[in-house]
Every structure is written in structure tokens, then in C-alpha cells.
Design a protein around this ligand. Structure first.
Ligand SMILES: CC(C)=CCC/C(C)=C/CC/C(C)=C/CC/C(C)=C/COP(=O)(O)OP(=O)(O)O
Length: 404
């Protein structure tokens, strides 16, 4: 066996849910055993297995990104060559500083859960705890690219978006990675990806998620849903960590930290899905695993009717438990991040996780009630997040399953 598995799979005893996996060693076979209602999986290498699960396929991206980070740590750096001029009268230094400022403005425009809490905290951290001068926040260029990508299928022009437009967006992405930005925001991203060991794959995969959203409105099982969640949110975790950085004192393997980042993206997206069930159904979309709905005696019609029944409550309990397991997995990696990144990440994790509590507090009515975390709770989470952020990398490696 090449690696004990990370975690995975859960569900209330009466409605166990197989969540899936992430293991080491790429092609692998899974063995499941049930223990107290929680399924644990372990891996063993397989010769060739064409029908690999989504988790196994996604884990290959994790390994690829981790390998790139290790390579860059050895000193192989890319350099930015803005070989296509951008409109305006700027030197390259000015241009980048203006570009990052604009990225900050765009993120402020979108400001909801993540920006609102994370960005001011980052500023506070920079001002009072790390440095007096505000550093450029390089993750902003990534966030803006993700927002723009999402806007293609979710924004005001979404009805005109075709797979061809996404192909053009992908071509542009290659240009950005090769130092040929089309505009300011691209220039900031070109700069970021030239400075940090960010792999293009998660970006391509996010575009793939948008393609999927155009053609698919139902998910047969959790394996399909997991892949979607990776595409649209897990990718963000993989894009961010190379920029946020890992604490120099961390003894955890790079792979395990990227895995935790992936888990946070998945947890956030699952939470989003559970919060927006009614809203999505009214747009003709059901992002819940159809086989699990059927097992619970539920169908799309029940969701459209939108009546909270005991069947629905029990089904939702299982879904919430699974999302929490992904948050648990993510938590193991936060302390391994660089000190300046830990607070915002803890803050967003604790805040987003509370949306699950809010769904419970709404008696699982996610058809007509939007679960949200009130301002006071949000405020109280900040010192809690700060307290956790003070704890740096664990000396005890048993907490992280994989080792360097
Ligand atoms: C845990 C470790 C090691 C690192 C952290 C790595 C990161 C930053 C992971 C987070 C990934 C992330 C932010 C994914 C996006 C998920 C998501 C569902 C975003 C939805 O954003 P909005 O649409 O603005 O949400 P609201 O509608 O709730 O405001």
C-alpha cells in the first residue's frame, strides 16, 4: 500500500454516504470499510485502471502542483516578459502596481463572504503584525481571474456564452501564462504566475467547470459532483497556496497541504450548493447527487415543490455531515500555511462553515430561506480565527497523514 488514505466518506448511520477519496500514488484501488457510520478508504497501487474515480484524477493535479512548488523551491524561476504593450502610458512597474490596485477594486466590488472578511484582515495583518507597508496582495489577480471566468457563465451576458467563447478564454489564459496579457487584470495575473510556482492546470480546469455548467444540470452521483466542485472551487485552493506560501517550519508534505486546500474549496462549494438548493432549482439546476436523492426516497419534484419533510431533513443531515468532513480535512492544512495567510484562511473557513449551522437553524429549509451568518457572528469569528492563526505548523506529524 503506497499511502494510507486521507479520509473520507461519511453519512449518518441510517443513510451512509460514500464520499470518496484522495490518496497518494495516482492509479490506485480503493478498499472501503465501514466504522461507526464512517467509511474509511485505503489505497493500493493498481496496474492500470481506466475507470478511476474523480478523486483519483483530481489528486493527480494535486501531485503536479506540489511537484512544481518543489521544483521552484530548488530555484528554477520563470520570468515575466510583457511582450505585448498594454494600452496606457505606463512603465512596467507602474502598470503592475495600477493593475494590482484595479484587481483590489474588482474584488471589493464583488465583496461578499470571502473578500469582506479576508481582505481587511490581510490589511490589518500587514499593517500591524507583519510590516508597516502594505505589500501587493498577489492572490487578488487570481481572484479577479476566477471572478471573470465565473461571470462568463453566471454574469449578465451568460446567455450569450458558448463553448467557443470559453475556448477563446482558454486561449487567452495560455497567453497570460506566456506573458502576453490582453488587459490590466491579465497583466497582474501574468506577473503573479511568473513570480510564484502556479500551474496552469487548475485554471484550465476551472474553465472546464464552466463548460460543464453549460451542458449539465444534473449529477448522477457524488463522484460526478466532486469533479464539478473541484473544477469550480477546489481549483481555487490549488491556485492560491503557491502564492500564500507554506510556513518555513512546516514539516507536512507539500501534497498534504495542497490536499487540504483542495478540501477547503470542495467544502465551500458543497456548502454553497446546500445553501442555494431552492434558488438553483428555480434556474433548472439540481447540484445534489441523484442516486442519493433516490435512496432517500426523494426526487427533483420534491425539490421543486420545496416542502421540508422528515425525508428531506434526514437527507440534508447526511449532506451537511459530508461537507463538514471536508472542512475538517481542510483544517488540518491551515496551520501549515505562511503566518500572514493563516488568519484570512481561518476566517473564511470558520465563516463559511457556519452557513451549515445556519441551514440547520432554518430547520433545513433551503428552498425558500437563504442561510446566512449574521454580522455579530461574523465579527466574533475574527478573533477566533486570529487565535487559531497564532498556532503554526504542527510538530506532531500524525495529524497530517502524508509525509514528505
Ligand atoms: C486550507 C489550505 C491549506 C489553504 C487554503 C486554500 C484556499 C484559499 C481555499 C479556498 C478556495 C475557495 C475560496 C473556493 C471558492 C469557493 C466558493 C464556493 C466561492 C463562492 O464565492 P461567492 O460566490 O462570493 O460566495 P458567497 O455567495 O457566499 O459570497
Amino acid at each position: 500500500m503506497s499511502g494510507v488514505l486521507l479520509w473520507v466518506s461519511c453519512g449518518p448511520k441510517e443513510n451512509p454516504i460514500s464520499v470518496g477519496v484522495a490518496g497518494r500514488g495516482g492509479k490506485s484501488q480503493r478498499r472501503f470499510g465501514l466504522c461507526n457510520g464512517i467509511t474509511f478508504a485505503s489505497f493500493s497501487p493498481a496496474v492500470t485502471d481506466p475507470s478511476r474515480s474523480s478523486e483519483e484524477r483530481v489528486y493527480e493535479v494535486v501531485l503536479k502542483q506540489a511537484a512544481l512548488v518543489k521544483e521552484q523551491n530548488k530555484g528554477t524561476k520563470r520570468s515575466l516578459n510583457l511582450n505585448k504593450p498594454i494600452e496606457g502610458d505606463f512603465t512596467q512597474g507602474d502598470l503592475l502596481s495600477v493593475a494590482y490596485d484595479r484587481c483590489g477594486e474588482v474584488c471589493a466590488e464583488y465583496a461578499k463572504t470571502f473578500y469582506l472578511e479576508a481582505y481587511p484582515i490581510r490589511l490589518v495583518v500587514h499593517y500591524f503584525f507583519v510590516e508597516i507597508e502594505i505589500e501587493i496582495d498577489y492572490t487578488l489577480s487570481i481572484e479577479v481571474w476566477c471572478r471573470r471566468t465565473d461571470e462568463l457563465v453566471d454574469g449578465p451576458n451568460a446567455s450569450h456564452i458558448t463553448p467557443k467563447a470559453l475556448d477563446r478564454w482558454e486561449k487567452r489564459l495560455y497567453d497570460v501564462f506566456e506573458g502576453r496579457p490582453y488587459d490590466m487584470y491579465d497583466a497582474a495575473l501574468s506577473d503573479t504566475v511568473s513570480k510564484y510556482p502556479v500551474d496552469i492546470q487548475p485554471f484550465k480546469d476551472m474553465i472546464e467547470g464552466m463548460r460543464l455548467d453549460l451542458r449539465k444540470s444534473r449529477y448522477n452521483n457524488f463522484d460526478e459532483l466532486y469533479l464539478y466542485c473541484y473544477y469550480v472551487a477546489g481549483t481555487v485552493g490549488l491556485m492560491s497556496v503557491p502564492v500564500m506560501g507554506i510556513a518555513p517550519a512546516s514539516k507536512a508534505s507539500t501534497e498534504s497541504i495542497y490536499n487540504a486546500a483542495l478540501a477547503l474549496g470542495i467544502a465551500n462549494q458543497l456548502t454553497n450548493i446546500l445553501r442555494d438548493v431552492g434558488e438553483d432549482a428555480r434556474r433548472g439546476r439540481v447540484y445534489l447527487p441523484q442516486d442519493e436523492l433516490a435512496q432517500a426516497g426523494l426526487s427533483d419534484d420534491d425539490i421543486l415543490i420545496g416542502k421540508v419533510t422528515d425525508k428531506w431533513r434526514s437527507f440534508m443531515k447526511g449532506q451537511i455531515q459530508r461537507a463538514r468532513m471536508f472542512f475538517d480535512e481542510a483544517e488540518k492544512g491551515v496551520s501549515e500555511l505562511s503566518s500572514a495567510s493563516r488568519w484570512p484562511v481561518w476566517a473564511s473557513l470558520l465563516l463559511y462553515r457556519q452557513i451549515l449551522d445556519a441551514i440547520e437553524a432554518n430547520d433545513y429549509n433551503n428552498f425558500t430561506k437563504r442561510a446566512y451568518v449574521g454580522k455579530l457572528k461574523k465579527l466574533l469569528s475574527l478573533p477566533a480565527a486570529y487565535g487559531r492563526a497564532l498556532i503554526g505548523p504542527s510538530k506532531n506529524l500524525t495529524k497530517m497523514v502524508t509525509t514528505k
